[in-house]
Design a protein around this ligand. Structure first.
Ligand code: PMP
Length: 420
């Protein structure tokens, strides 16, 4: 396979795409006998060998339940698990590891905030602001909460190019607003929202902000202290780690005041039938046996990301996006949905008169994995008046040649499907 990189990236940093691709075993797999072209990275990223090995080492070398175990294995597992909290803290530049809660993913992190912050601080008539480009996991928990509490959900509109309408946000925010919960990087449009500005505006009115960073972690460097967000939610599996892992970051001063999330083992200080007292943060929010191996695997993913030249990786992703956008724009009938400046390497498109699913299925026969449909952003699809898109999401390990295969195969798909 011809590996095409932006010559500028290779020159600047020695970004070695062929070596990087070798770190990801799945990338040398085939689909229907054809080399796999994996362009579904926004759904989940592939895992480097170091992450796979971390899981294997845990299960074959020191599988044990953590915390409170006096024995060697338990302590070894516990130490490995606890080390990841420090890794995550450093990765997002949190002030303390007490601010890092392990969850099953972004979805659970957001639900955790809805169940604790929501239970404590939201009452009838209060308003929660989200945006029109949210993933369902940053819509439905708030709808459920609003229904339960009699609160009201307000939505920041999306402009035609896929940017948020900040002027409308300024008008929506008011005395009744209790929380703003917005996505950092849209999984459907690739839009990178001005979250720092949104946080500044909300904080000027003492309103807390949750940032959904599910797509952001792999493409951007996130510094929670610089952003000044109150909560940040993300998933391990979208940043090279195992599924079933995620993080909720919350400012310690806020977390300390929140009630527990789920009840059970680990999250308590002492239990009696008269009264139970709860553990300190973050363990107060982590009832039950966690996904130990997977958290350790997530630590390994952070290790991988920390040793790579992320600036060069970002430049390469921009190159892939530019190539894909230019090639798609030349194909008659193709319309890209979302072209905000500075967007992440995600390209969503529709083709006149054709169904996204049919296109996805044709591309699949060529070994090309894209995603089709509403991408769990149905309200956003309604906003654009379309049932769904074809979405190709690129990561630093994709190649210019893969972009070429996507666009050439798309041309063939259009020819074939239009004939019918
Ligand atoms: N938010 C965004 C922007 C996402 O892209 C996703 C996953 N597609 C989620 C939230 C939910 O993440 P998870 O399924 O890992 O909980």
């Amino acid at each position: 396979m011809r590996v095409l990189t932006d010559p500028a990236v290779t020159k600047i940093s020695g970004f070695d795409l062929e070596r990087i691709r070798k770190d990801f075993p799945v990338l040398s797999e085939t689909a229907y006998g054809k080399p796999l072209v994996y362009l579904d990275n926004a759904a989940t990223t592939q895992k480097p060998r170091s992450v796979i090995e971390a899981l294997n080492e845990y299960y074959s070398g020191y599988n044990a339940n953590i915390h409170r175990g006096v024995h060697y294995l338990s302590q070894k597992a516990g130490e490995a698990y606890d080390r990841v909290r420090v890794l995550v803290k450093d990765f997002i530049h949190a002030a303390s590891e007490r601010e890092i809660i392990f969850t099953r993913g972004t979805t659970e992190s957001i639900n955790l905030v809805a169940a604790t912050f929501g239970r404590k601080y939201i009452s009838a008539g209060d308003e929660i602001i989200i945006s029109g480009m949210e993933h369902h996991s940053n819509i439905v928990p708030w709808q459920l909460l609003c229904e339960e509490k009699g609160a009201v959900l307000k939505v920041i509109p999306v402009l035609d190019n896929g940017e948020l309408d900040l002027a409308s946000f300024q008008k929506l925010i008011g005395d009744k607003t209790c929380l703003v919960s917005v996505v950092h990087t849209s999984n459907t449009l690739g839009t990178v929202n001005p979250v720092k500005e949104i946080i500044r505006i909300a904080h000027s009115r003492k309103i807390k902000v949750l940032v959904d960073a599910a797509q952001a972690m792999i493409h951007s460097t996130i510094d929670v202290q610089d952003l000044d967000c109150d909560f940040l939610a993300f998933s391990g599996h979208k940043m090279l780690g195992p599924t079933g892992t995620g993080v909720l970051y919350g400012k310690a001063g806020i977390l300390e005041k929140l009630p527990p999330y789920q009840g059970g083992g680990e999250m308590i200080e002492s239990v009696s039938f008269d009264k139970t007292t709860f553990a300190d943060i973050p363990v107060r929010f982590e009832a039950g046996t966690p996904s130990i191996a997977d958290v350790i695997g997530m630590g390994s993913a952070i290790g991988y990301l920390s040793t790579m030249d992320r600036k060069a990786a970002g430049m390469h992703e921009k190159f892939l996006l530019k190539e894909a956008t230019a090639a798609l724009e030349e194909i008659p009938g193709v319309r890209i949905i979302g072209n905000s400046p500075g967007k992440a390497s995600v390209v969503s498109f529709v083709v006149d008169g054709l169904n996204a699913l049919d296109i996805g299925m044709y591309l699949d026969t060529r070994g090309i994995a894209v995603r089709t449909g509403h991408h769990c952003t149905e309200p956003l699809m309604n906003r654009f008046g379309i049932p769904g898109t074809v979405r190709a999401s690129f990561l630093f390990y994709n190649t210019g040649e893969e972009v070429r295969q996507l666009t050439e195969s798309l041309k063939m798909a259009i020819q074939l499907l239009t004939k019918k």
